[in-house]
Design a protein. Structure first.
Lengths: 231, 216
């Protein structure tokens, strides 16, 4: 099978200003901090980012936003990031909020080649404002268009050279969904193994979805335990 | 015991054996320490965990194992991990027995407002709307009034809603109140309070059953 491992620079080199980029992770677990740092280094701007949250102030996705590289953020919750909330309130960044599971389904639909989903979540709320509403089985349902991206940045615990991926514990979250929903899927992996080393039954994302694998030699401090969340 | 712990302890008593529950941020996160082992309650977390154990002891944290609020947690026997789509499939699909959630306002009709104060507080929706709308039972755990002493249980919500008619039960430091078709029914009151106090601190009308109310 083809070997998809490459350098960080090579993996990111086709990303352009104005691209839409999905970024895996829910808090620290599953956030591809090394790929995000590479993106910061690359200097691209006017990005549209899609991530569950924006990490915490000064970390991960927040670094790209704080460096004014991001035009729009599509997300679910920013409760742990006062900096990005402040930028949103000052209109320095456009933010679109979705219910967390609807964000996940929009991405899943995009990955599955569907045009959108129908949902009643938020139908009685301000969320329904300006949404197309159709009737299904005599119930009103909002049309939520599918989401796709130019690039997805994924963090995996283990990858084989073909790009079969395994995630660990709560680091799975949005990663396997986003890995299906982008034109180019770039994976950082904590551990690389040979094809055939992973049991086929254990694989979370099959290699067909993976374009590039960047093997992490070391994990930066950002991947570690956050002292303020320790009891 | 603090008021918040008292609310959490009373809330824990609402959980039946083997039920699947989800705990929102704030007071609900205090519930696990009041769960009795023999009940074999299974705790779900939006970020992809079923079968969470207690919060992690200092020094034993796993960088890949947090709950949806960012706290380092543990898993119990029989736990499972899954992606965010499956996590909400469990919620929207009707497999979540009880969601415990905080509130800014609850109305007499069981409407909930807890995610935005326009111009002041707008962190986003998170999983709240799906939990409120689709959990089989939604229990609000909250202080009875705001920090300023204003009632949170109102005739009608003034803030943008999280979901309409979604609340089944309200548990505060003063009372346990059920949202029934007839209206808000006072089910129990706290040991250290009186019915008149509960009525005075509630904006919505309360239906008071005949006879002595259970104290907690």
């Amino acid at each position: 099978m083809i070997d998809k491992t490459t350098s960080l620079e090579n993996a990111l080199r086709t990303i352009r200003d104005g691209d839409t980029i999905m970024v895996g992770g829910f808090g620290v677990p599953g956030t591809p901090f090394t790929l995000i740092d590479g993106l910061l280094e690359l200097g691209v701007s006017n990005l549209t980012l899609i991530k569950n949250e924006a990490n915490e102030d000064g970390m991960g996705l927040s670094k790209l936003i704080e460096a004014n590289r991001v035009q729009k953020l599509i997300t679910s919750h920013l409760g742990l990031n006062a900096t990005v909330i402040g930028m949103m309130n000052r209109h320095e960044i456009e933010v679109a909020f979705y219910p967390q599971g609807i964000l996940a389904e929009k991405i899943r639909a995009g990955g599955a080649g569907l045009l959108g989903i129908l949902t009643d979540i938020g139908i009685d709320t301000i969320l329904a404002k300006d949404k197309a509403v159709v009737t299904v089985d005599r119930q009103p349902a909002m049309v939520e268009p599918a989401l796709r991206a130019d690039v997805a940045l994924i963090h995996a615990a283990v990858a084989d050279r073909f790009g079969n991926l395994i995630y660990e514990k709560s680091a799975r979250n949005f990663n396997p969904l986003m890995a299906t929903a982008a034109a180019k899927v770039i994976v950082e992996a904590e551990k690389l193994v040979e094809c055939g080393d992973l049991a086929p039954d254990q694989i979370h994302t099959p290699g067909a979805f993976t374009d590039h694998i960047v093997v992490l030699d070391t994990l930066t401090e950002e991947y570690g335990i956050l002292a303020h969340h320790v009891l | 015991m603090s008021f918040k712990e008292k609310i959490a302890q009373r809330a824990a008593a609402e959980i039946g054996a083997g039920q699947i529950i989800n705990l929102g941020i704030g007071i609900p996160t205090l519930i696990p320490k009041f769960l009795e082992d023999h009940k074999q309650v299974v705790v779900h977390s939006e970020n992809g965990i079923l079968g969470m154990g207690l919060p992690c002891k200092r020094g034993l944290e796993d960088r890949n194992l947090i709950d949806a609020g960012g706290t380092y947690v543990t898993t119990g026997r029989g736990a499972a991990f899954f992606d965010s789509a499956l996590s909400f499939t469990l919620i929207r699909g009707g497999r979540l027995d009880i969601a415990f959630i905080g509130a800014l306002e609850v109305s007499a009709a069981g409407d909930l407002a807890n995610w935005i104060i326009p111009g002041q507080y707008s962190p986003g929706i998170g999983g709240g709307m799906e939990l409120a709308q689709k959990a089989r039972r939604l229990i609000v755990t909250s202080m009875h009034t705001t920090r300023n002493g204003d009632p949170k249980i109102l005739k009608a919500c003034t803030l943008p809603l999280t979901a309409k008619g979604c609340v089944n039960t309200i548990i505060t430091e003063l009372a346990v109140i059920d949202v029934l078709p007839a209206g808000l029914v006072l089910r129990e009151i706290a040991a250290e309070t009186e019915i008149d106090t509960v009525i005075a601190r509630t904006d919505a009308a309360l239906l008071i059953p005949d006879g002595n109310l259970t104290r907690y």
